[in-house]
Design a protein around this ligand. Structure first.
Ligand code: HEC
Length: 164
């Protein structure tokens, strides 16, 4: 009995990897990936109508899959897209650079869990307070719908920016 109590107390001391209490959660249950700022760059992009600079990043699984041209991507792959509004550099106005943070969004691969949306779970967090986007879990239809033209590329628009 004593041993059982000791074992139980020891268990209480095991650190458990729980998401930080502060991580915002999208209406479909996907929490912000708090380490996304450490992921590797796949490509930048620029959206003319919104005048936004974006950077697309991959977690290690997504980055490796993209390098090895593995499509569809394996479970555990996550892509992030960060968007900023733009401004001209005050000392060099033909240079356009990021101004305010606009949003970060994620595509999370789990072929079984997100079967209805091509194996991808979608989440978006808006503004400096990272407000979860969407009234309810149905918001993903908007994401999935616009990504459907690239279904043949595992629903991904982005590929590596060319390098020598
Ligand atoms: C109106 C069309 C449209 C909608 C709606 C849309 N996307 Fe995208 N998405 C794009 C395009 C185009 C790109 C390519 C990069 C770029 O243009 O910035 C992209 C890229 C991405 C990427 C990087 C991987 C890739 O496919 O290149 C992620 C992650 C992403 N979107 C998540 C989302 C999420 C989450 C939602 C819904 C909340 C969403 N998208 C809704 C058009 C859309």
């Amino acid at each position: 009995m004593k041993r059982a109590i000791v074992a139980f107390l020891a268990l209480l001391c095991v650190p458990v990897a729980l998401p930080a209490a502060s991580a915002p959660v999208a209406p479909n249950g996907i929490a912000l990936f708090e380490d996304y700022q450490t992921w590797q760059v796949i490509a930048p992009s620029y959206r003319e109508d919104k005048k936004q600079i974006r950077v697309i990043l991959g977690n290690p699984i997504a980055y490796q899959a993209m390098r090895a041209k593995v499509l569809p991507m394996p479970d555990g792959a996550v892509l992030a897209k960060i968007a900023w509004t733009t401004k001209k550099h005050p000392k060099f106005p033909v240079a356009t650079e990021p101004d305010a943070f606009a949003q970060v969004e994620f595509m999370v691969k789990d072929a079984a869990k997100y079967k209805a949306t091509g194996g991808w779970g979608f989440a978006r967090f808006v503004g400096n307070d990272l407000k979860p986007y969407g009234k309810d879990a149905g918001f993903v239809q908007e994401c999935f719908g616009c990504h459907t033209p690239v279904k043949g590329n595992d629903y991904l628009f982005t590929s590596f920016a060319p390098l020598p």
